[in-house]
Design a protein around this ligand. Structure first.
Ligand code: HAM
Length: 422
């Protein structure tokens, strides 16, 4: 019989890893809530057009990485490769334009990209994502950066810094892109095949090319920050003033372009001490044209997303501690028959009193049941012998100390509560 594996680029999140996932989810929820962000959950799949138009044809995400399929009704649907386009679609569809502006939203969940799997890169991965929609104030750009900073700090990340750039707007970007393309044309013979293709299609992407010899290609190339229109420059300078004032370290990186088409003005990444060298843990920016591209009015927005798998990899590599998940404190062992029945009742009473209890299945010797109690890290075992049960008593064993005490069954919950507080 054939056996099956999880699809390439996906992974099972096993019980031993769940404490990290629960912790990240809790920190994201708490910190986002404190910053005034509300949670939104959008569908995992959207009409393909949402991403075609939103993220943009010509980007790697749309051209090479989307999981697109027809449903039985003949509709073209796509598993979300990112959250922003779906969140803005929801903003428009659900009438959030008439809510008090801006609307501050965060999300968490799976996203899908047909990427080449490698360390920290999956085909099904998870993001936490935050957006401020409905305002163009550079203070909103700062607010999202500050939220990302606070989440990563609360998780235990150290040596955080930002990489910062502006990608301009429809007023200043096209002239810059043309200048850049002309420069790149003069260097085309120095480029690899993929980059040669990109000069025509998406010259900006060459700025963050990983191809060999790219330094020579980029030598002396025009830089967007020298070509911003007055509005973009004023926006960028205001954001930089906020970052200075709030002591947030950042590096101006004119090569930071990011892989999604909707960005206008600010783009940024959060860098942290990763596994070894500094690396990006999160990326985002402003997307003032996205709502219009999706058929709505002009609604500015800014936000970021971070990959949870990557964050957890760094947390593990750096030994960051996360709280344990709830476990049963008491193991209920018995000798079968009436003692098993009594054990079931005792489990229910303990659970009712808020004490975690694990019932022993089957009919096994007491030694094997106590081994089980150890493996489950229970602090106490309640052992129900036939004679004791007849006398309405049970033995409470302290698993760590190996000491035992006979306790009236009716006092079990209060006795264990007292012991747990000790
Ligand atoms: P992005 O840079 O494409 O931005 O993705 C954000 C984060 O998702 C990355 O920094 C990385 O941690 C994680 N990520 C991306 N692809 C993978 C993968 N194949 N495997 C594991 N992790 C991955 C966005 O998605 C934008 N929507 C961010 C944004 C929100 N911009 C404005 N608002």
């Amino acid at each position: 019989m054939e056996s099956y594996c999880a699809p390439r680029g996906t992974q099972d999140i096993l019980p031993q890893d769940q404490s990290y996932w629960v912790h990240v989810e809790r920190v994201v929820t708490e910190v986002s809530g404190r910053f005034g962000f509300s949670r939104i959950d959008t569908p995992i799949f959207e009409a393909t057009e949402v991403f075609l138009r939103g993220v943009g044809e010509g980007t790697d995400v749309v051209d090479k990485e989307m999981y697109t399929f027809s449903d039985r009704g003949g509709n073209s649907l796509t598993l979300r490769p990112e959250f922003t386009a779906g969140v803005v679609r929801a903003y428009l569809e659900c009438g959030m334009k008439v809510w008090p502006q801006p609307v501050k939203l965060f999300s968490m969940g799976p996203a899908f990209r047909f990427d080449r799997p490698q360390a920290g890169r999956f085909r099904q991965f998870h993001q936490f994502n935050a957006e401020i929609i409905g305002i163009q104030d550079p203070a909103a750009d700062y607010e999202t950066m500050s939220l990302a900073w606070e989440i990563f700090s609360s998780l235990g990340f150290r040596n955080l810094s930002f990489q910062l750039n502006s990608t301009g707007c429809p007023k200043c970007k096209p002239a810059y892109v043309q200048k850049l393309a002309s420069h790149l044309q003069t260097k085309i013979s120095l480029m690899g095949g993929t980059d040669q293709e990109r000069v025509e299609r998406n010259p900006l992407r060459i700025l963050d090319s990983k191809e060999e010899g790219i330094e020579k290609v980029l030598e002396g190339c025009p830089v967007i920050l020298d070509h911003l229109c007055d509005e973009c420059e004023a926006h960028f300078n205001a954001l930089r003033r906020f970052l200075h004032r709030m002591n947030k370290p950042y590096i101006l990186n004119p090569l930071l372009v990011r892989g999604l088409d909707y960005y206008t003005k600010t783009v940024y990444e959060v860098w942290a001490e990763g596994i070894g060298a500094q690396s990006a843990v999160c990326g985002g920016g402003r997307y003032d044209g996205l709502a219009e591209v999706l058929g709505g009015p002009h609604v500015p927005g800014v936000g970021f997303a971070a990959g949870i798998e990557r964050a957890i990899m760094v947390m593990k590599a750096q030994g960051m501690e996360v709280p344990d998940l709830p476990r049963p404190a008491v193991y209920v062992a018995h000798f079968g028959g009436e003692t098993k029945m009594k054990g079931m009742e005792i489990c229910a009473v303990l659970r009712e009193a808020g004490i975690g209890a694990q019932f022993s299945f089957g009919e096994r010797g007491i030694k094997s049941q106590l081994r089980d109690a150890h493996r489950s890290s229970c602090a106490f075992a309640v052992i129900l012998g036939e004679e004791e049960v007849a006398e309405k008593k049970a033995t409470v064993r302290n698993m760590k100390e190996g000491t035992q005490k006979s306790v009236p069954i009716e006092n079990l919950a209060s006795h264990i509560q007292k012991e747990l507080r000790r």
